[in-house]
Design a protein around this ligand. Structure first.
Ligand code: SF4
Length: 272
């Protein structure tokens, strides 16, 4: 991490996930809490329990979380951009997370007045390049990519030591605590897990996908799959029906969220 500078602000992208919680803890331990900013960007479709986690960790750290929002949900962003988010291109993360955070940071600090911190860990080192490039000239650091390399299980243990309850989505077996368990970057396995654990949220996403298909009058889908060497679109409705009929599902296709990580274009083509 950077050398100590008492006036410099340390801005942690605080998502409500375990990685960002541990990152915040490490940065606070290193610099003290006076110049720390925990920046939460709300997608407005978060799990209710995420706000419980924000509130208790805010109290535990003794730092008031800075809460910002674009004001739209991912579904509204898809409509505005005429693009249904998918594993390849997800305008939701670009607009609701990256652009919203950038606007706030640029309005408040010059690049030489702050350091940004992301919760990417040492198992995903390869994901560091995109945010370093995206946030330039701001400096980005990744404390979980530094020694001692902390495992996810150790982070769960650290949280348990504080007496703070694990966020509900982790308890349900999700790998992140974003967007209420919905993620357009997730694979078939992720969506089937959502269907099994929070079926009403799956059905809502299924309905939203259908609405986008009607709105665009195009065969657009969040998911796609390879069959006989060819890529096929796969609606959430079809996936659910296949699951209900006990047809084989690629549950190992989990996919992954990279809300503050990946490059996204500002403009989207008319179809996807
Ligand atoms: S978690 Fe997934 S759905 Fe939510 S903003 Fe990030 S990429 Fe989009």
């Amino acid at each position: 991490m950077a050398h100590k500078n008492v006036d410099r602000k340390h801005i942690v992208f605080y998502s409500g996930g375990l990685g960002s919680w541990m990152t915040a803890k490490l940065v606070i331990e290193k610099y003290g809490k006076e110049n720390i900013i925990l920046l939460f960007t709300d997608t407005l479709i978060e799990d209710k329990d995420l706000y419980r986690f924000l509130n208790v960790t805010e109290e535990h750290f003794g730092i008031q979380i800075t809460r910002i929002a674009d004001g739209r949900t991912p579904w509204q962003v898809f409509r505005d951009n005429r693009w249904l988010g998918n594993a390849r291109v997800a305008p939701c993360s670009h607009h609701l997370k990256q652009k919203t955070a950038r606007k706030w940071i640029e309005a408040n600090f010059l690049p030489n007045e702050c350091t940004l911190y992301l919760g990417i860990d040492w198992t995903e080192m390869h994901r560091r390049n995109a945010p370093i490039k995206n946030w330039h000239p701001y400096q980005v650091e990744f404390p979980l990519c530094e020694e001692p390399y902390i495992s996810k299980q150790e982070i769960v243990g650290e949280l348990a030591n504080t007496g703070i309850e694990l966020p509900k989505l982790y308890k349900l077996g999700f790998s992140h605590n974003n967007c209420g368990g919905i993620c357009v970057r997730g694979g078939q396995g992720h969506w089937i897990h959502l269907l099994k654990t929070i079926p009403e949220r799956y059905l809502e996403a299924e309905q939203k996908e259908q609405e986008m298909r009607e709105f665009l009058q195009k065969d657009v889908t969040i998911l796609s799959r390879q069959r006989n060497g060819k890529k096929h679109k796969l609606t959430l409705r079809t996936l659910r029906k296949e699951y209900e009929q006990d047809k084989p599902i690629d549950i190992l296709d989990i996919g992954g969220c990279g809300c503050f990580v990946d490059n996204e274009p500002d403009q989207y083509p008319n179809v996807n």
